[in-house]
Design a protein around this ligand. Structure first.
Ligand SMILES: [Mg+2]
Length: 348
């Protein structure tokens, strides 16, 4: 068997500029990878690099030829373990770049076997939780409108970005527009530990479900301080990158929030989940702003999750790939009629 590989950069404009406590983005620079076997069957994967983890589309494109050489040299999409191990040997870090290759190889392997990826893993598609829809930071009136639009579009699980001096105003605005929605908040490391404890108590009165990454990932003792005093459960995102981080956060949070683009492969994502479960944590999976070339793969993990936040493609103005349907935030894996991750070109 031999495998052909290729990659391309795709610039994906967002429907609305997206702001979190660290900054604003108006487009997502993704890299799409394709791996094709002798029979002409193609697996697709995507990288959504994050500067927070040291990656850009440039760094992904720079290492991709070396990563794809590994795939061609191994030459067998079912040798996932060997390929992922070799990818780690070729580059340090670069998790989004490696993950794009991991996804494409998994997609092709499952396609060759004629099954959706979650079936290959033995998962029950009816176990998938709903995904949240994220409302980014903005002027208060815009935040209210965005929340109302999301509810009108059928979403009843919202995630609100916080981390400014208008946090209370923004939560009140969302609660006006979406009084019945399940609501989570994400401070993206912006609060001090004392501020986080006070805000958590205030948010608990607004029927918020949990608080994501209240304090800096560089402040593990601050995270413990918040966890021990917070009225709401605490999710660790920036503090939880790979499975090796899980033991250190286990007594500092309630929920481990993984992302494929942090973990670096689908196998590592499943190891994060297993490690979190072993430490008694609940599990959430988030995403970057991503095409369905990678979101479809994240959706395959949904039956293993307590909370899903996989709206990355929904925030795009136009996605060149289709993936798993998310009507009203429901992750419709049970309806998946395609083998592999379910990602395919939108024109197909
Ligand atoms: Mg987060």
């Amino acid at each position: 068997m031999s495998l052909d590989t290729e990659f391309e950069r795709v610039s994906l404009p967002l429907e609305n500029a997206f702001t979190i406590s660290r900054g604003t983005q108006t487009a997502a620079e993704n890299v799409v990878v394709r791996v094709t076997d002798d029979a002409g069957m193609t697996g697709v994967g995507g990288a959504a690099p994050s500067t927070h983890y040291g990656e850009t589309a440039d760094t992904v494109a720079a290492v991709m030829p070396d990563l794809l050489d590994v795939v061609e040299r191994v030459g067998d999409p079912h040798a996932v373990r060997e390929i992922e191990t070799e990818l780690r040997a070729v580059v340090n870090g670069n998790p989004a770049a490696r993950c794009a290759v991991s996804i494409a190889v998994h997609d092709l392997a499952a396609k060759r076997l004629g099954v959706p990826l979650h079936r290959l893993w033995g998962l029950d598609p009816s176990d998938a939780p709903k995904t949240s829809f994220t409302v980014g930071l903005d002027e208060t009136d815009r935040v209210r409108e965005k929340a109302a639009d999301a509810v009108a579009a059928g979403h009843d699980v919202l995630k609100l970005k916080l981390g400014t001096d208008r946090d209370r105003e923004l939560v009140d605005a969302v609660r006006e527009a979406a009084p019945d929605a399940r609501l989570r908040v994400d401070a993206n490391e912006a609060w001090t530990p004392k501020e986080a404890v006070a805000k958590s108590a205030w948010l608990a009165d607004r029927d918020v479900e949990f608080v994501e990454q209240p304090v800096s990932a560089d402040d593990p003792e601050g995270l413990r301080y918040v966890y021990e005093r917070s009225e709401l459960p605490i999710a660790a995102d920036e503090s939880c990158v790979t499975a090796a981080d899980v033991p250190a956060i286990a007594d500092r949070c309630d929920i481990a929030n993984l992302k494929l683009m942090k973990a670096g492969s689908l196998s590592e994502a499943r190891r994060v989940i297993a490690a979190a479960r072993a430490h008694g944590l609940e599990v959430m999976c988030g995403c970057m702003i991503e095409s369905n070339a990678s979101i479809a793969a994240t959706a395959q993990l949904a039956p293993l999750l307590d909370y899903a936040d996989i709206d990355g493609s929904l925030l795009l103005d136009d996605d060149p790939y289709e993936g798993i349907d998310l009507p009203d935030g429901e992750i419709r894996l049970a309806d998946q009629d395609r083998s592999g991750t379910g990602a395919r070109p939108a024109s197909e």
